[in-house]
Design a protein around this ligand. Structure first.
Ligand code: SF4
Length: 107
């Protein structure tokens, strides 16, 4: 069960107070439907995965740029080591990195 479905499951469970037995992803463009049976093992797996991701997000200071289509519209290109061999240093007025605050009420 991937992270996306796991998050949907948890959100729906906490909104409607019902445990789902089956989840489906429907891809409208390809007209595909992929379904998953939800098992207690899946739930444990997704909660562990989300907890691990949340802890990494909170402590992650080591950021690596990922190039993609979004780079064409990015306002940080001149500072980005993935786009420029000699990136400009960040301006003195640049905001310091913010601490991430996460709130996931997992039961
Ligand atoms: S230019 Fe750099 S920072 Fe901007 S989106 Fe691309 S990889 Fe990310």
């Amino acid at each position: 069960m991937d992270v996306q479905l796991g998050l949907y499951y948890l959100a729906l469970e906490q909104t409607y107070y019902h445990a789902l037995k089956r989840l489906s992803l429907i891809y409208l463009r390809s007209n595909q439907c992929i379904s998953y049976e939800v098992t207690p093992e899946h739930l444990t797996q997704i909660k562990d995965l989300i907890e691990d991701l949340a802890l990494k997000l909170r402590s992650d200071q080591d950021w690596h740029p990922r190039e993609g289509e979004q780079c064409d519209r990015c306002g940080y290109r001149q500072y980005c080591s993935a786009q420029t061999p000699n990136p400009e240093p960040l301006p003195q007025t640049a905001k310091p990195p913010r601490k991430v605050q996460l709130a996931l009420p997992l039961r």
